[in-house]
Design a binder for this molecule. Sequence first.
Ligand SMILES: [Zn+2]
Length: 107
Amino acid sequence: MLEYKTKAIRAEQAQLKSPARGLLYTLGLLQRIQTGKRAVVTAIVAGPHMETSLHWEGRAFDLRSKHLSDDDKQAFAQIARFVVGIFGGKVLLESAGTPNEHFHIQV
Ligand SMILES: [Zn+2]
């Protein structure tokens, strides 16, 4: 149910800690059910992240948003926030409206 922007990003999923890894698969499934589109993982560990980012610890991942309609983005953000919130994490739509827009999930 998931696609990965690069093979390197696919390999990094092994570095995701619990519950981030389980949430990655869960959100991929939910996005597919909800929008009919596959979730695309655009970053896990590597990337230009802030020094304090949870990406470096395997506790965050990014999902593409630009392939979704505005309605689907909102609907997905709502269900993602509900599910990730159960574990005390959060979901942000970062760089909204720019070419770098993406969902950032951390937990
Ligand atoms: Zn991120």
